[in-house]
Design a protein around this ligand. Sequence first.
Ligand code: AP5
Length: 291
Amino acid sequence: MASCPYLNSSTMISKPKHPNASFCLHDFPNPQHLSSSLSFTASPIGTVKSARRRCRETNRRSSLILASTDKPREPLKIMISGAPASGKGTQCELITSKYDLVHIAAGDLLRAEVAAGSANGKQAKEYMEKGQLVPDEIVVMMVKDRLSQSDSTEKGWLLDGYPRSSSQATALQAFGFHPDLFILLEVPQEILVDRVVGRRLDPVTGRIYHLTYSPPETEEIAARLTQRFDDTEEKVKLRLQTHNQNVESVLSMFEEITVKVDGSLPKDVVFAKIDSALSNLINQKNATLAT
Ligand code: AP5
């Protein structure tokens, strides 16, 4: 296997090249991954404040904090891709918690439009229910606008589930968005269906659960979990078909910066591989900037 500067030996790469509230990972993962079709129940301010305090304390102790010497000198630009339920959202929670990137999920942006009942949302839902790609006229500008916001520019971004076609990838490049790394999660099909059917979301924290692999911690959380409207066995098969039709054309455009990770492993193991690729990337980028 070819060696890549971003990878350790257990991570595969297709081709070597170059180099809400502030919730914490354990209690309150990234609220941006909320299924926006769900209602958001705000916690009382006191509770949120003490939760934040607990989070800060947890984070101080946590090994998931970047040492100042490991910080990127310029914002990271990362894409994560994979079949439905390959674990993109789960890994994004872990990545953003450590690297503090702005998580931009095309599916979340679309679900927010659906929940808002906008014209775009109504049109998007028709495609989402059929497991098809929502037309570029709706998605492309939505993602471009989010990427252009100041937090994305300043902190760096983690783009989840976009681009999903060569036309989306081309548009992104034309707008001047060039990723440093393209992460592809690879998971066998039979596992994906099981993951989709068992997935549940916490509308309060946005956290992603699985009834078997990542069950809720308390009865209270279990009682409020909800399911996405497209998380049925029938719909995931259609989503998979769409993914399989498009994945190669997208991959071919990012081949030289692609890191393929075995997403069927336990989520912490998957994260360790991604983490290793990201820290290698940061070292490379920092070294380049220092010269
Ligand atoms: P989107 O919301 O992006 O859905 P998706 O691609 O089908 O991906 P998912 O969100 O279902 O899964 P995931 O990979 O995030 O997995 P998760 O971490 O939750 O898109 C929805 C729809 O919007 C599309 O079908 C399309 O219509 C439209 N759309 C989106 N982007 C578009 C675009 N660019 N252009 C046009 N249309 C677009 O994990 C799943 C489950 O597995 C969870 O229960 C989790 O706990 C569990 N799990 C995760 N990792 C592990 C692990 N390592 N081991 C065991 N269990 C795990």
